[in-house]
Design a protein around this ligand. Structure first.
Ligand code: EPU
Length: 301
């Protein structure tokens, strides 16, 4: 999808930086994704106006955060991609509250708070991605999920066209799922965190890091777990039991380390990855009678 010169000029007046024809394979942890124009926003306040301009010209758009849990189609994409202001996203602590911009790195936020003796989020340390993506998905690991600490979220609501603030109590955070609308855009969050000495938090972080290093393919291109765990079960264990570790379609492969991580070993396409996902889902369905649900978000054209 391409932005016209006229619209580009108007967006630039709003401080938006336009990057034409960017391969999104460079913006995702899977290293997969076609090309489109990229719009880098400078200020939250301009979002409603930018959205109006895109709507007036019927330009479809999607917001991309850290790109760590998304599978994007190949080729020329029929939408433009927007990014929140990312240069030095704001983070500050006041008492037991942390105020963090959605574009901040999730791990960066955990350590920032830890240094100020605020803990609770140790389990999230190795989860890659942005704070906004983590909020939307209610990211979690090792018994911690971000939703437990959310007190307020500032967001852009496409349904009203306005910037709004939601109270944490009014948001539902379930397993890798939230009550946010699909086109809500996370902007900032206020978290309420338990006080804990930095040294203790650091020790807990180290334990999580070690567990993760021992069980996950951290140095390969992946989007974390591909499937959600079914209630009471483990997708990774079932796929492993089926002997599917290292099973490949093109350059898309079931990790030989953790069977719910599918990795791009060189130049996998989205089509390769989708076929691999379908094949594995089908094998699990036939053997276990369980229909695995994607955890990774697929951006269909
Ligand atoms: N297992 C196997 N073979 C494998 C992988 C796992 O037998 O190839 C077994 C393990 O030995 C263990 C059980 O399955 O007994 C569960 O495995 P693990 O502890 O690695 O956790 P998981 O349920 O596979 C979940 C989250 C991860 C998160 C870890 C740690 C989901 C889908 N996955 O994985 O989150 O890092 O727990 O808390 O909820 C993600 O969300 O992308 C993700 C990776």
């Amino acid at each position: 999808m391409r932005i016209s010169e006229k619209l580009g000029a108007r967006l630039q007046e709003l401080g938006v930086e336009l990057r034409p024809s960017v391969p999104l394979s460079e913006k995702t942890s899977l290293g997969i994704g076609g090309s489109t124009d990229q719009l880098l926003l400078r200020k939250f306040e301009t979002i409603p106006e930018v959205m109006h301009l895109l709507a007036d010209e019927n330009i479809p758009h999607r917001f991309l955060g850290g790109g760590t849990n998304v599978l994007i189609a190949d080729g020329e994409l029929p939408y433009v991609v927007l990014h929140l202001p990312t240069s030095q996203p704001g983070m500050r602590v006041e008492g037991s509250a942390a105020y963090v911009d959605a574009a901040a790195d999730l791990g960066g936020m955990v350590t920032f708070c830890a240094k100020r003796d605020l803990g609770g989020m140790e389990g999230l340390i190795g989860v890659p991605g942005s704070v906004g993506g983590a909020l939307r998905m209610n990211a979690g690991a090792y018994g911690t999920q971000i939703g437990s600490y959310v007190r307020e979220v500032e967001l852009y609501r496409a349904s009203t066209g306005k910037l709004e603030t939601l109270r944490g109590d009014d948001i539902r955070f379930d397993y890798r799922h939230t009550s946010f609308a699909p086109d809500d855009v996370m902007l900032r969050v206020k978290l309420e965190l338990p006080s804990r000495p930095f040294k203790e938090i650091l020790a807990a972080i180290k334990v999580c890091n070690e567990k993760r290093r021992a069980s996950q393919p951290l140095n390969q291109k992946s989007a974390g777990c591909i499937f959600k765990n079914p209630p009471g079960g483990s997708a990774g264990r079932m796929i492993d039991e089926l002997g599917l570790k290292s099973h490949r379609v093109g350059d898309a492969m079931v990790s030989d380390r953790h069977a719910n991580f599918f990795v791009n070993v060189a130049n996998a396409t989205c089509a390769d990855m989708l076929r691999l996902i379908d094949e594995v889902r089908e094998r699990v369905r036939v053997t276990y009678g369980i229909e695995l649900e994607n955890e990774v978000i697929f951006w269909k054209n």
